[in-house]
Design a binder for this molecule. Structure first.
Ligand code: PGA
Length: 236
């Protein structure tokens, strides 16, 4: 819940200027619903792709306040973030609703950024892998293809806290997630992109990206300023 329309447009103009010479990167930005249409217009002809931060799983109807996958496509979204820890924590998002949202979004041709991650108490209890496993299985239940899915591993204790996972912690979790996906879907798991999220900054992006199983980043706080987000995109 950041940025009014004028803020979003100012950010975007500066960000697009700063990344002009960046090649070989897939860049997605996910503004709030209210800014999607204007941002979408501004992104035409650029390399930057648009994502929403959430979606509802029904196609249409009397669901006051909700937004459907078709509506997101309508305003130019290529992606949607599903299962972010804040949705799980504050808005009763469960593996079951995540699963329904993923299915509905894939059906509409959206790419899905599927977020998972353990809390601090789960990590301290040695349950990290169990939690990741059940989130992966719950979220992907009944889904036969993962080519349009990106997984974001976001340890809840690292989101917005300034405490980043170490390279070892990130790599260990990503490797585990990839092996789990391999068990479920076979060798396409090698092509799956697994993003790390949680207090990513221009200072730590290079170390995180050096981990073999870290394929990208999902950036929150440090993406709110065009300069720091552009630095992260460029690599530190
Ligand atoms: P952060 O947020 O980069 O501020 O930790 C990550 C997120 O919200 O997914």
């Amino acid at each position: 819940m950041n940025k009014t329309l004028p803020d979003a447009m100012e950010f975007l103009n500066e960000f697009l200027r700063s990344i002009e010479k960046v090649g070989n990167r897939d860049i997605v930005i996910a503004p709030p619903f209210t800014a999607l249409e204007r941002v979408s217009e501004r992104l035409k002809g650029t390399v930057v792709m648009l994502s929403a931060q959430d979606v509802f799983y029904e196609e249409k109807g009397a669901y006051t306040g909700e937004v459907s996958p078709l509506m997101l496509r309508d305003v130019g979204c290529r992606f949607v973030i599903i299962g972010h820890s804040e949705r799980r924590q504050y808005f009763n998002e469960t593996d079951e609703t995540v699963n329904k949202k993923i299915k509905a979004s894939l059906k509409e041709g959206l790419g899905v950024i599927f977020c998972i991650g353990e809390s601090l108490s789960e990590r301290n209890a040695g349950r990290t892998f169990d939690v990741l496993r059940s989130q992966v299985h719950g979220g992907l239940k009944g889904i036969s293809e993962i080519k349009d899915i990106v997984i974001a591993y976001e340890p809840v204790w690292a989101i917005g806290t300034g405490v980043t996972a170490t390279e070892e912690q990130a790599e260990e979790a990503h490797k585990y997630i990839r092996s789990e996906i391999k068990d479920m879907y076979g060798s396409v798991a090698d092509k799956l992109r697994i993003l790390y999220g949680g207090s990513v900054t221009p200072e730590n992006i290079n170390a995180l990206m050096s981990c073999p199983d870290v394929d990208g980043a999902l950036v929150g706080g440090a993406s709110l300023k065009a300069e720091s987000f552009a630095k992260i995109v460029k690599g530190g």
